[in-house]
Ligand binder design. Structure first.
Ligand code: GLN
Length: 191
């Protein structure tokens, strides 16, 4: 199994480090050919407008959409979660539209634009997960096929729709590995 990390912009190295620490084989994905060699994909946090624009330019948006529709596991974090959504408010980049969620970009107040928080997500970890919200979006709508796996401040921040997983925060910057392990289990189940 090879887990691709979309390597156009953002937290690429951080995700690769966590995946490798968990024993996964990884692959940086910048082209549709590289995507073909991946069994799953992480879309990292960064700037969704930049990642979205580059994805389009390199023919990756279409390729990821097609693989996603065929059931390839995809994990989008922060900007990656925005790109997975079907609708985004706040100056939306071109979206993949694979998940039945709507998001609002940069939706936390200015003084809280970036903060760490403890999430309760019992399906992922018996103990709270310490994660970072960095100019994070808010999930404003979830459709019927979407499971809410983690909540913060009364809102869903970690959601799953079959083989698709989206987190509005960064799981990779505070030494957290439980969420990557959970995704790797999803990848095993999809194989
Ligand atoms: N604010 C960024 C965006 O809208 C997301 C921030 C992040 O990924 N940490 O794309």
């Amino acid at each position: 199994m090879r887990v691709g990390v979309l390597a156009l912009q953002g937290d690429v190295a951080e995700h690769i480090a966590v995946l490798r620490a968990d024993g996964a084989q990884t692959l940086e994905v910048r082209t549709p050919e590289e995507l073909r060699a991946a069994d799953a994909l992480i879309i990292p946090g960064g700037e969704s407008t930049t990642i979205g624009m580059l994805m389009d330019r390199y023919g990756l948006a279409e390729a990821i959409r097609a693989r996603g529709a065929q059931g390839m596991p995809i994990f989008g974090t922060c900007a990656g979660a925005i790109l997975l959504a079907r609708r985004a408010g706040g100056g939306a980049p071109p979206l993949l539209g694979l998940m039945d969620i709507a998001v609002e970009r940069n939706a936390y107040g200015r003084q809280r634009e970036s903060f760490a928080a403890d999430l309760t997500a019992p399906q992922i970890s018996p103990t709270p997960l310490r994660v970072a919200f960095i100019r994070a979006p808010i999930i404003t709508e979830v459709g019927p096929p979407v499971q809410m796996l983690g909540m913060y401040d009364g809102r869903p921040v970690l959601v799953r729709q079959g083989p698709l997983l989206a987190a509005t925060f960064h799981p990779e910057v505070l030494g957290q590995t439980a969420l990557h392990r959970y995704f790797l289990q999803m990848v095993d189940q999809a194989a």
